[in-house]
Ligand binder design. Structure first.
Ligand code: PHB
Length: 400
């Protein structure tokens, strides 16, 4: 059985230690009596191609940046990264996650972006009792009915920004809305959450419009929105799909007639491409430009220096996923077999995030402020706190 499962060093790791000329002290988990401890194997399963490629890249780069800033080690141990492109393809999710767990024997699974792929990873992590850290995907089940001690999320649940945007839209006096998205977990959960916040505030959803993921032929949906003439549209798209949707919405002549809002993914990391079509848009998210905290300033400068690109919410989430892992591994001095203590250290961590400090809920999802932002130039400028310290309801989670 795999090392992470049993708490014992794998035969392969022992042989590796012997080959390196090190001696083995009984079943001391990951350290050898003489010589270097074995490397920690971190599996990065992310989309490096497809509509979410830029998201995966920013998560990867910022994850490594956080670890490099702390000396390049986890709990004193060197790291071996195993990188796998999941292509944001749910059908390959289980095979891909199994490769990392069974073939590559990773100590930690880190991923992913797409909620459908995430569900496959959650199953593999649960079946094998592998530590899983989620750097983006908001699939509610991961910190809901399928929550588990070995599953942590450093990003958000799809409910959090969606609910906040619905509340804000209702407060701003909007009454009739339509929701538009891709027909998969993130799209339906995000639009349902918007609907919940919006209808609680007196709004009504006139129509729900979906396309299969990752289709970007939006024309038919735009025609329907024009016919319905709602007060506003709420759209969940991200990556390349978001860039195109916002441009198409403006090109269809809807921008100045029917306000378009969304969770911040609609305009994060996409503003260079969206240009004029996104100006003035309001979105809600757990990150914003201009938060004015020291950690954010230092992070953005370091990320720019390391990559030549500007940080966005995905970079922040990758950075914080590594911060969570660093906290856990320093809590057990690198001993991945001290599983209970490792989990305890991660549960107790207060993450000093560029988004503002946050802690985890009992279901292992961030409890965090959701900001209202407004697009200005190439920035999602901070406007206000839409909902303070918002926790996902974690419905169905037995740990919560
Ligand atoms: C998701 O599938 O959960 C997802 C993907 C991209 C985002 C946000 C959520 O930007």
């Amino acid at each position: 059985m795999a090392n992470h499962d049993t708490g014992r060093p794998s035969r392969r790791r022992i042989l590796k230690g012997l080959a390196a000329g090190t001696a083995i002290a009984g079943f001391v988990p990951t350290r050898f009596a003489i010589g270097q401890p074995a490397k920690v194997r971190v599996g990065l399963m992310l989309p490096y191609t497809g509509t979410y490629a830029a998201l995966g890249k920013n998560i990867d780069d910022a994850f490594r940046l956080a670890i490099t800033e702390k000396g390049g080690k986890l709990g004193g141990r060197d790291i071996e990264y195993v990188v796998l492109d999941d292509e944001a393809e749910p059908a390959k999710g289980a095979d891909n996650a199994n490769k990392l767990v069974t073939r590559d024997k990773v100590d930690f699974l880190v991923g992913t972006v797409h909620s459908g792929v995430q569900m496959a990873m959650v199953k593999v992590a649960t079946d094998n009792n592998t530590m899983l850290l989620i750097p983006n995907a908001g699939a509610q089940a991961a910190t809901g009915p399928l929550c588990a001690p070995n599953i942590f999320r450093a990003s958000f649940s799809n409910w959090q920004p969606g609910f906040a945007m619905g509340k804000v839209a209702a407060e701003q006096g909007k009454k009739r809305g339509v929701v538009i998205s891709w027909d998969y977990a993130a799209g339906t959960e995000s639009t349902d959450a918007f609907k919940e916040g919006f209808t609680k505030g007196g709004g009504k959803i006139e129509k729900e419009l979906f396309l299969p993921f990752p289709e970007v032929e939006f024309q038919k949906l735009l025609t329907q929105i024009a016919e319905i003439k709602p007060d506003l549209g709420y759209a969940f798209y991200a990556g390349d799909g978001a860039a195109k949707f916002v441009k198409d919405y403006a090109a269809a002549g809807l921008k100045d007639k029917i306000e378009l809002v969304g969770p911040g993914f609609l305009t994060d990391g996409t503003l260079q491409a969206q240009g004029d079509s996104a100006q003035g848009m309001q979105t809600t998210l757990h990150y914003a430009d201009g938060l004015d905290n020291a950690k954010d300033k230092a992070f953005r400068a370091a990320f720019r220096q390391a990559t030549g690109r500007e940080a966005d919410v995905y970079a922040v989430q990758g950075y914080d996923t590594a911060q969570l892992l660093l906290a856990g591994m320093s809590g057990v001095k690198g001993d991945t077999c001290a599983r209970k203590e490792l989990i305890g250290a991660m549960e107790k961590a207060e993450i000093d995030s560029p988004r503002g400090k946050f802690t985890l809920s009992k279901a292992h999802n961030p409890v965090q402020d959701i900001y209202l932002r407004k697009v200005s130039g190439t920035q999602n400028r901070y406007v206000s706190v839409a909902v303070k310290a918002l926790a996902d309801p974690a419905t169905g989670c037995k740990m919560a």
